[in-house]
Design a protein around this ligand. Structure first.
Ligand code: CMP
Length: 436
């Protein structure tokens, strides 16, 4: 079997084992308290479960997994298995039902069948596998596991309740089955109202029987714990469904209280909000640059290529330019946003960047803003004269729209012009035209 196929097989095998474990976890306690005569098909299933659980020990030993993947060190994983899970897996696969058949029905021996329930612990190891898989929704996974175990606990609690209280209906007449089933439903009703801390109190422990009261308290504590978990986590999980939005809102809130505490003038605050809104609408609150900086160097280049390709296609200056130049520039471009009215360059200042317009438009004006020399749009660039001629900005640039720009810093620009003389010539010609 190839590595990949083997991995797939293990995945489905794990699901299969989990289903069997769930079945056993439901049937065994139920059978123990109901004392029904196990039908032959159930016996067969039980034997099959035993065989599969034993096979499972072999499979787990042969191909250990770590977080659902083949581990780097099979040996280390194997040792870990021998030390931890092996005991649980062995206890869960001992066929106590066969001993019961051989020795005769004996409550103590039958109760040993409950060791099977240990196998549901296996399902917990799935949680991390599914949480880490790419196309699963973590909130959904967490909630499913929570409700799965809550359901099992409710079932176990009602079986325990029946075991302690005893059943009223006798076994013999066939009609009694309905009565017994009804008793189970009543017990389930009790355990659900207790676990959910609703506690109607219409079914309560007999106050003269300590065992019943102790058991009830135990279930109440589990209920309180589960309730705490819900309050603590589920609300949090639900807000996290839209994590990007929540994170963005948090940033806005933080900035808001900062600006209030520093008494930033109202109109500036207004502008900051506009900026954040635009950031949310255009890029869901993510700032490309911070995201990129989290990635290892090797991915960063490819990401930058993907994210910045549109700008390269828009700017005529890059059309027909050397591919190496494009690759070099693309990696150095930094996205930035301006809101209407922002001064991007101010005439007479020292310039250390040039800009490419990805979206929006800007006005090229005199310093006082009275004279408009030009309007630049998507695909245009500006700010090159200061870098090329090593002189102050010769005009003021104001955003007349929401602007998505890419900036290229002086150092990178200098690198590019020295390495690609044809490009330098081209951009110099355009600059000369503008300066006239
Ligand atoms: P720089 O001098 O660095 O800063 C102001 C920028 O405005 C300048 O570079 C040019 O990119 C741009 N600019 C100046 N004059 C014109 C013009 N007449 N038409 C278009 N763009 C201009």
């Amino acid at each position: 079997m190839s590595h990949h196929k083997n991995h797939k097989f293990i995945f489905y095998w794990d699901i299969f084992i989990s289903l069997l474990a769930t079945f056993a976890a439901i049937e065994i306690p139920f059978g123990l308290v109901m004392h029904y005569n196990t039908p032959i098909w159930l016996r067969c299933v039980d034997q099959m479960v035993t065989i599969c659980f034993i096979l499972d020990i072999y499979i787990r030993f042969r191909s250990p997994v770590h977080h659902g993947k083949p581990p780097h060190h099979s040996g280390a994983e194997r040792k870990k298995y021998l030390k931890g899970w092996l005991l649980i897996d062995i206890l869960a696969s001992i066929p106590f039902d066969i001993f019961v058949l051989m020795i005769g029905n004996n409550t103590g021996l039958s109760a040993l069948r409950l060791f099977r329930l240990l196998k549901v612990l296996r399902i917990i190891s799935f949680r991390s596998v599914w949480l880490n898989s790419i196309n699963s929704n973590p909130v959904f996974v967490r909630l499913s596991f929570f409700f799965y175990f809550l359901g099992l606990t409710a079932h176990w609690a009602s079986c325990g309740w029946l075991a302690i209280r005893g059943l009223h209906y006798p076994l013999v007449p066939a009609e009694a089955y309905v009565g017994r089933l009804n008793e189970y439903v009543r017990a389930l009703y009790w355990s659900v109202t207790t676990i959910t801390t609703i506690g109607y109190g219409d079914i309560t422990p007999d106050k003269t029987k300590s065992m019943q009261m102790l058991f009830t308290m135990g279930v109440q504590l589990i209920g309180a714990g589960a309730y705490g978990y819900i309050i603590g986590n589920i609300a949090n999980m639900l807000t996290n469904i839209d994590m990007a939005k929540a994170r963005h809102q948090e940033r806005v809130d933080r900035m808001n209280s900062f600006m209030k505490s520093k008494k930033i003038p109202q109109h500036l605050q207004e502008q900051v909000y506009q900026y954040y809104n635009y950031l949310w609408e255009t890029r869901k609150g993510y700032n490309d640059e911070t995201i990129l900086s989290e990635l290892p160097e090797s991915f960063r280049f490819e990401f930058a290529m993907l994210l910045n390709r549109s700008i390269i296609e828009k700017v005529p200056l890059f059309k027909g330019a050397d591919q190496n130049l494009v690759r070099e520039v693309i990696f150095k471009l930094r996205p930035c946003i301006y809101i209407p009215g922002d001064a991007i360059c101010v005439s007479g200042e020292i310039g250390d960047k040039m800009y490419f317009i990805n979206k929006g438009s800007v006005e090229v004006t005199s310093q006082d803003g009275k004279q408009v020399y030009a309007v630049l749009k998507e695909g245009d660039f500006f700010g090159e004269i200061a870098l090329l001629m090593k002189q102050p900005r010769n005009a003021t640039i104001r955003a007349s729209d929401y602007c998505d720009l890419y900036s290229l810093d002086k150092e990178s620009f200098d690198d590019v012009v020295t390495n690609y003389p044809a490009f330098e010539k081209h951009i110099k010609n355009m600059a000369k035209e503008r300066m006239q």
